[in-house]
Design a protein around this ligand. Structure first.
Ligand code: UDP
Length: 331
């Protein structure tokens, strides 16, 4: 069984590749290296550098390997950038996925696990979001992911393509053995930025708003360890083997932490003061996003193994300390 991982040089993709390798699965990687890192790639794993919108490139990869299933991570994923440059997101995310599904059709590949997002929900009305809640994205990033989910549904009916879309909440942390970690340029995510402050690479953390309707006024998010997230993808692949379907699952811990609580937890883990300054709200941030993952638990048999916030931050801290310049530290 050979699994094609798109975006295998990115944060979540590289952790997925590592887990598949540890399980002795055959893997092939596609990445354009627009945002992925050469240093995140593994010498032993076939890698093709190219763009998903290039159908000749995809034909080359699908002809060189007998692909059984695809895990599709490759996408642009910055909410703010998607607001200022929406066409980039429609072109790369929706265009890339369309081209990928067309190639899968040409090469008779019927199974795909898709990396979706809590941003499909927009500003939710419930405390614990489930998959039946309305999907009204508040930014183009979420819109493009939702458009791809819908494309997968229609493609399921039309071409017999089977898919599972996984709506990630806030993915964080690093490989427990320290082999991979999170490295974005620019970095926009809370936990790595807080750790950059602890490393002395930034003076302070800017807290984007403390006037939200939450107990301490800062936004609440549901942080999930990257390994738990990856494990869900493998369960999703097994599910598609046993029970072909089109489905959507939330992936989160069901517990929310405010921005201030995350900073406090990082202070404990790192032993650093981590100065924080309250600044104005960031556009497009919902006050609270916490997942019900009951469906994934019931139907995929998924349960997070590393739900504790301090443990999640500790794994990230271990990697960041060992790689202060990210993957550039390993070159
Ligand atoms: N956040 C912040 N300062 C930062 C980065 C993020 O206050 O420098 C807040 C952000 O407004 C949000 C939460 O931290 O409420 C998580 O943001 P992140 O970008 O990590 O993930 P998102 O929830 O946007 O996917």
């Amino acid at each position: 069984m050979t699994i094609l991982v798109t975006g295998g040089a990115g944060y979540i993709g590289s952790h997925a590749v590592l887990t598949l390798k540890r399980q002795k699965k055959d893997v092939v990687i596609i990445d354009s290296l627009q945002t992925g890192h050469r240093g995140a790639l593994d010498q032993d794993i076939p890698y093709y550098e190219g763009d998903l919108r290039d159908s000749e490139f995809l034909d080359h990869v699908f002809s060189a390997h007998k692909i059984d299933a695809v895990i599709h991570f490759a996408a642009n994923s910055l909410v703010g950038e998607s607001v200022t440059d929406p066409l980039k997101y429609y072109d790369n995310n929706v265009g890339g996925a369309t081209s990928l599904l067309q190639a899968m059709n040409r090469h008779d590949v019927k199974k795909i696990v898709f990396s979706s997002t809590a941003a499909t929900y927009g500003e939710p009305e419930t405390d614990l979001i489930d998959e039946n809640d309305p999907t009204i994205p508040t930014n183009p990033y979420g819109e493009t992911k939702l458009a791809i989910e819908k494309m997968l549904k229609w493609a399921g009916g039309a071409y017999g393509l089977h898919s599972i879309s996984l709506r990630y909440f806030n993915v964080a942390g690093a490989d427990l053995d320290g082999e991979k970690g999170e490295d974005h340029n620019p970095e926009t995510h809370l936990i790595p930025i807080v750790l950059q402050v602890a490393l002395g690479q930034r003076e302070k953390i800017s807290v984007f708003g403390n006037d939200y309707p939450t107990p301490d006024g800062t936004c609440i998010r549901d942080y999930i360890h990257v390994q738990d997230l990856v494990d869900a993808h493998l369960l999703a692949l097994e599910k598609l083997d046993k029970d072909p379907q089109t489905a959507v699952y939330n992936l989160g811990n069901g517990q929310g932490f405010s921005v201030m609580e995350v900073i406090e937890a990082a202070r404990k883990v790192t032993g650093h003061d981590i100065p924080a300054a309250i600044e104005k709200r960031r556009a497009g941030d919902p006050a609270k996003l916490v997942a019900s993952s009951a469906r994934a638990t019931k139907e995929l048999g998924w349960k997070p193994n590393y739900p504790e916030l301090e443990r999640i931050i500790q794994t990230a801290w271990d990697w960041h300390r060992a790689h202060p310049e990210g993957y550039a530290s390993t070159k």
